[in-house]
Design a protein around this ligand. Structure first.
Ligand code: ARG
Ligand code: ZN
Length: 882
C-alpha cells in the first residue's frame, strides 16, 4: 500500500537558479562492495544570479549514512543542520565563499536500483543520470551546478586492479594492506550526473585517434578478460563517430583520453559520462558469431550517440530535467545523421520512422502522452521516453529541413560558441538557430510544448481542362491529457507529384514563375490550407510527406492502384516503402474486421500482387527490398484499429503471411538462393542487406513450412558461421509448431549457455513466439537458471519481449498475461523501481482494447495502484488510470 499522499510533482514554472555555486569538488572513495566510504570536499559560494543572500544550503541525498559534516573546517552537530530521507539542510552558512566536507557511507552490493554506486559482476560502477549522484554523497545534485572534479579512488588491488574516473589520470600509489589508489582530474566543469567511476579486474583494448587539429587521443575500451575479442567493432565505430562529428559539425574531442566500459547490469543503453562512457554490454560487445547485424548496427549508433553527447549534452548541458530533449533529441538526430552516413540513407530513415511509429505514436495517443519538453513530473526517470528522444529528434530534423543544412549548421555553430560550458534551455537552442538565420521560429516552439501526433487530412481534385491539381490540407492534433485544445503547428510537408510513367512531374504553384522539378516542401502553418498546382496535362499521384518530413499521420484516399504505383516508382525511396506498407495495412485491417464479424481471414489479392511484383523486380538494394517485403507488425496495425482486437489482427496477419508463403513459394526459394551470403561475415551495408533479404525469404518459407523448408532452416541453424543467420533460423523454428523447434532451442542453449548476451536472445525468441501457451512459456523461462530478476537485460529479454513483441500471447483473453506482468512489476517495485515503472507501459493503453481485455488490464492497474510503493510505478499507474 502506498504510504501517505502521492508524491508531489516538480514543475517547470517553479524553476529557481541555485542559491550556491560549486567551483571544485574533491572526492575520496574508500571502495568496498559491502560499504564504501566517501569524503566530499566542496568549495561553494553564493550565486550572484540567484539574489538570495543568506539562503540555506540545501544538499540532496538518498539512502546515505552520514558520518561527518564540516563547515569551513569545523565539525557541525545535529543542532545546526537537519537531514531527512531526501535532503540535508544547513540553514546558516557564511556570506562569502565557504567549504563543506561531507563524509558518508553507501552499500554498493545492496544497491539493486542500479542508480548511484553499485556492483555488477565483480565490478563497482556508477550510474548518475539523472539523480543518482545523491546516492553517493550529499550534494547539489542538479544539472545547473557545474564543478571541476578531482577524484581519488582507493581499493583492494587484487580485486580492483583497474580504477577509473572522468578526465585524466594524474597520480597513483600504494596503500596499506594490499590497497592502492589512483587520482583523476577532469579539467572540464560538469554537472554531477556526468560523474562516473569504475573499479574492477578489466582488460583494456586500446586504439588511437588523431583529431583534425592533430591532437592524439587514446581510446580505451574495458571489458572482462573473456570478452577482450569483442571490442573491435565498438572501437571502429568510435573512430568513425569522432571523424564524422569533425566533418559534419566541426566538433573535436577535447580530452587526451576516451574511455568506454562494458557493464552487464545496466538500466538503460549507455551513459555519456565525461571521458568515461558506461555501456550496457549489449551495446558494445560484438563478434560475428555472437552478435547479429542488428546488434552491430545498434552498437555503431549507440557508440556514436554517446560520443556526440560530448558536445550536445556535456560541453553544453541542460539547465533542468525539463530540458532533457535539448540534449537527447538533438543527439538522437545527430546519431541518425551518422547512421545514414555510414549506410543507406533510405534504410536508416525507414528504421528510425519504424521505431517512432512503433513506440512514440502510441505513447502520444495514450494516457502517458506528454510534450517533448514536459512541464511537470513526479519521477524524472519516467520521462526518458520515445517522445523526448525520438520525437525530439524529429523536431530537430524539421528545424534542419526548414533552415537547410547550411543554416542549421550555422545555428549549431552559434549555439556551441555562445553556450559552451553552460547549462541551458531548449529556448536557448532555438534562439541560436533564429539569430544565425535571421528567422522567427516562434510558432515552431509549439512542437516542444504541445503533445499529440498531428493528423494531416489531404484531399485533392484534378481539373483536366484547366490543367490544375488542387490540394486541400487540414491539420488536427487530438486532445492529450491536460491539453484539450491544440494550436496548429508548422509542418514541413515534403511532396512530389508522380506521373503515369513513374517520374516526378514539374510542380508550379499558381502565381509562381517557374516549376520545381523533383520534391518540394510546403510549410503548413494554418489549420487548413489550399494549394493549386498548374500546367499539368495528366492527373498526378501525390507522394506526400516524403522522407517522413514531419512526425505526423497522413490521411489521403489512395486507391490500391495509386499505392502500387508509388510503391513501384516513387523517386523518394522512403515513400516507396511507405506506399507498400500503407497498402498492406489497409488490407490487413480489412481482414481483421472480417474476422471480427465472424468471417475468415485470407490473403488479400492486392497484397498478393504487390508482393509478387516486388519479387519479380530486380532487387538492387537488398536491405530496402527486405523491408518492403515485411508486413507491418501487429503492434503498429493495432494503432489503426477502432477497437483493438489482438486475436483478429494476428489471424489477419498470419493468413497473409501463410498465404504469401504458399502462393509464392518458388519466389522465396529463389530469392533466398540468390542472396545467401557465402563468404566470411563482414559488417558492411551490402552484406547486411543480403542477409536481411535471404532471411526474410526464409521467414516466409517457414510461415508454412514444408519438408524442404524445415531442412533448409535446420541446416542454416547448424551451419551458420554468424549469429545473424543462426538466429534468423532459430527465430523461424521457435515460431513453428514442429519437432525441430525443441531440438534447435536445446542445441542453441547447450552451445551458448555461458554467454549472457546470447542467452538473452534465446530467452527473447521464446518469449516472443506466438505459439499457444505463451504465459506458461514465460513462467518457465523465469524459472530457468539462465534468468535473473536482478539483471535488467534478462528482464527485458523475457518480459519486455513478451509484453511488447508478442501481442497475441500477452493479450490472452483470460488476462493471464496481464497478471503475470503486474506480478512482476510488484516484485521489482521495491528493488528496481525504474525498470518496474517501464514495465507498466504495455498496460497503459487499456482503453483502446475490446471490452474484456480492457477490463482485465484495468483490474491489474488498480491492483498496482493499491500495492505499488515506488513513486516511479505510482506515477505511471496514476497517469494510466488518468
Ligand atoms: N543519457 C543517456 C543516453 O541517452 C541515458 C541515461 C538515462 N538513464 C536513466 N537512468 N534514466 O545516452
Ligand atoms: Zn542520450
Amino acid at each position: 500500500m502506498r504510504e501517505g499522499s502521492p508524491h508531489a510533482p516538480v514543475r517547470l514554472t517553479d524553476y529557481q537558479p541555485p542559491a550556491y555555486l560549486l567551483d571544485t569538488v574533491d572526492l575520496h572513495f574508500q571502495l568496498d562492495p559491502g560499504r564504501t566510504r566517501v569524503r566530499a570536499e566542496m568549495a561553494l559560494r553564493p550565486n550572484p544570479a540567484a539574489g538570495e543572500p543568506g539562503a540555506p544550503l540545501v544538499l540532496h541525498g538518498q539512502e546515505l549514512e552520514l558520518l561527518r559534516l564540516e563547515l569551513d573546517g569545523e565539525p557541525l552537530t545535529r543542532a545546526v543542520y537537519s537531514v531527512d530521507a531526501e535532503r540535508l539542510v544547513i540553514p546558516e552558512v557564511p556570506d562569502g565563499a565557504f567549504t563543506v566536507v561531507v563524509e558518508t557511507a553507501t552499500r554498493p552490493e545492496a544497491n539493486t536500483a542500479l542508480e548511484g554506486l553499485y556492483t555488477s559482476g565483480g565490478k563497482l560502477c556508477t550510474q548518475c543520470e539523472p539523480e543518482g549522484f545523491r546516492r553517493i554523497t550529499y550534494f547539489p545534485d542538479r544539472p545547473d551546478v557545474l564543478a571541476r572534479y578531482t577524484v581519488t579512488l582507493e581499493a583492494d588491488r587484487a580485486s580492483y586492479p583497474v580504477l577509473l574516473a572522468n578526465g585524466n589520470r594524474v597520480a597513483a600509489g600504494e596503500g596499506e594492506e594490499g590497497r592502492h589508489w589512483v587520482r583523476w582530474e577532469d579539467p572540464f566543469p560538469k554537472p554531477s550526473y556526468l560523474f562516473a567511476l569504475v573499479a574492477g579486474d578489466l582488460t583494456c583494448c586500446t586504439d588511437r585517434f588523431t583529431t583534425a587539429s592533430g591532437r592524439e587521443v587514446d581510446l580505451h575500451l574495458y571489458t572482462e578478460a573473456h570478452n577482450a575479442d569483442r571490442g573491435d567493432h565498438a572501437l571502429a565505430s568510435l573512430k568513425q563517430a569522432m571523424r564524422w562529428d569533425e566533418e559534419a559539425y566541426g566538433r573535436e574531442y577535447d580530452l587526451d583520453l576516451y574511455q568506454v566500459v562494458a557493464v552487464d547490469d545496466f538500466n538503460m543503453g549507455a551513459m555519456e559520462n565525461k571521458g568515461l562512457n558506461l555501456f550496457n554490454s549489449q551495446f558494445v560487445l560484438a563478434r560475428p558469431d555472437t552478435a547479429t547485424d542488428a546488434d552491430y548496427t545498434n552498437i555503431q549508433a549507440v557508440v556514436g550517440h554517446e560520443y556526440f553527447h560530448n558536445w550536445t549534452g556535456n560541453r553544453i548541458t541542460c539547465r533542468d530535467w525539463f530540458q532533457l530533449s535539448l540534449k537527447e533529441g538533438l543527439t538522437v538526430f545527430r546519431e541518425q545523421q551518422f547512421a545514414a552516413a555510414m549506410g543507406s540513407e533510405a534504410v536508416a530513415r525507414i528504421d528510425s520512422v519504424d521505431r517512432l511509429r512503433g513506440a512514440q505514436f502510441p505513447e502520444d495517443a495514450g494516457p502517458t502522452a506528454h510534450p517533448v519538453r514536459p512541464s511537470e513530473y513526479v519521477e524524472i526517470n519516467n520521462f526518458y521516453t520515445p517522445t523526448v528522444y525520438e520525437k525530439g529528434a524529429e523536431v530537430v530534423r524539421m528545424l534542419h529541413n526548414a533552415l537547410g543544412p547550411e543554416g542549421f549548421r550555422a545555428g549549431c555553430d552559434r549555439y556551441f560558441e555562445r553556450f559552451d560550458g553552460q547549462a541551458v534551455t531548449v529556448e536557448d537552442f532555438l534562439t541560436a538557430l533564429e539569430e544565425a538565420n535571421d528567422r522567427d521560429l516562434r510558432q515552431f516552439r509549439r512542437w516542444y510544448t504541445q503533445a499529440g501526433t498531428p493528423q494531416l487530412e489531404v484531399r485533392s481534385s484534378f481539373d483536366a481542362e484547366a490543367g490544375t491539381f488542387d490540394l486541400c490540407v487540414r491539420q488536427h492534433t487530438p486532445a492529450t491529457p491536460g491539453q484539450p485544445a491544440k494550436e496548429p503547428v508548422p509542418i514541413p510537408l515534403a511532396l512530389g507529384l508522380v506521373g503515369a510513367d513513374g517520374h516526378d512531374l514539374p510542380m508550379q504553384l499558381e502565381g509562381e514563375e517557374a516549376a520545381i522539378h523533383g520534391s518540394r516542401v510546403l510549410l503548413l502553418r494554418y489549420e487548413e490550407e489550399r494549394f493549386r498546382f498548374t500546367g499539368l496535362t495528366e492527373e498526378p499521384v501525390p507522394s506526400l510527406l516524403r522522407g517522413f518530413s514531419a512526425p505526423a499521420e497522413v490521411d489521403y484516399p489512395y486507391s490500391d492502384a495509386e499505392l502500387a504505383h508509388l510503391a513501384g516508382h516513387d523517386s523518394d525511396l522512403f515513400n516507396r516503402w511507405e506506399a507498400g506498407q500503407r497498402l498492406a495495412r489497409t488490407h490487413l485491417l480489412a481482414q481483421a474486421d472480417a474476422v471480427r464479424s465472424g468471417g475468415e481471414a485470407r490473403l488479400p489479392g492486392p497484397l498478393h500482387q504487390a508482393i509478387s511484383r516486388l519479387l519479380e523486380a530486380p532487387a538492387d538494394d537488398a536491405a530496402l527490398m527486405a523491408r518492403a517485403l515485411t508486413l507491418p507488425d501487429e503492434g503498429q496495425l493495432a494503432e489503426y484499429m477502432e477497437t483493438i482486437d489482438p486475436d483478429a489482427l494476428h489471424a489477419a496477419r498470419e493468413a497473409a503471411r501463410t498465404g504469401l508463403a504458399r502462393e509464392l513459394r518458388e519466389g522465396w526459394w529463389s530469392l533466398r538462393e540468390q542472396f545467401r551470403d557465402a563468404g566470411p561475415y563482414r559488417f558492411e551495408p551490402e552484406a547486411v542487406g543480403r542477409r536481411a533479404l535471404a532471411n526474410t525469404a526464409l521467414g516466409y518459407l517457414m510461415a508454412e513450412p514444408d519438408e524442404a523448408a524445415r531442412e533448409a532452416c535446420m541446416e542454416q541453424f547448424r551451419e551458420a558461421d554468424n549469429m545473424t543467420d543462426q538466429l534468423a533460423a532459430l527465430r523461424a523454428l521457435a515460431a513453428s509448431d514442429i519437432p525441430e523447434r525443441q531440438e534447435a532451442l536445446e542445441a542453441f542453449y547447450e552451445r551458448w549457455q555461458d554467454d549472457p548476451l546470447v542467452v538473452d536472445k534465446w530467452l527473447a525468441i521464446q518469449a516472443a513466439s506466438p505459439l499457444p501457451g505463451g504465459v506458461e512459456r514465460v513462467q518457465a523461462l523465469m524459472d530457468h537458471p539462465a534468468f535473473s530478476l536482478t539483471n535488467p537485460n534478462k528482464v527485458r529479454a523475457v518480459i519486455g519481449a513478451f509484453a511488447m513483441r508478442n501481442p497475441v500471447q500477452f493479450h490472452r483473453p483470460d488476462g493471464a498475461g496481464y497478471r503475470l506482468l503486474a506480478d512482476l512489476v510488484l516484485e521489482l517495485d521495491g528493488r528496481n523501481p525504474q525498470i518496474a515503472a517501464r514495465l507498466v507501459k504495455p498496460l497503459t493503453r487499456w482503453r483502446r482494447f475490446v471490452p474484456e481485455r480492457e477490463a482485465a488490464m484495468h483490474a491489474e492497474l488498480e491492483r498496482l495502484r493499491e500495492r505499488a510503493g515506488s513513486p516511479d510505478v505510482g506515477e505511471m499507474v496514476d497517469r494510466a488510470l488518468g
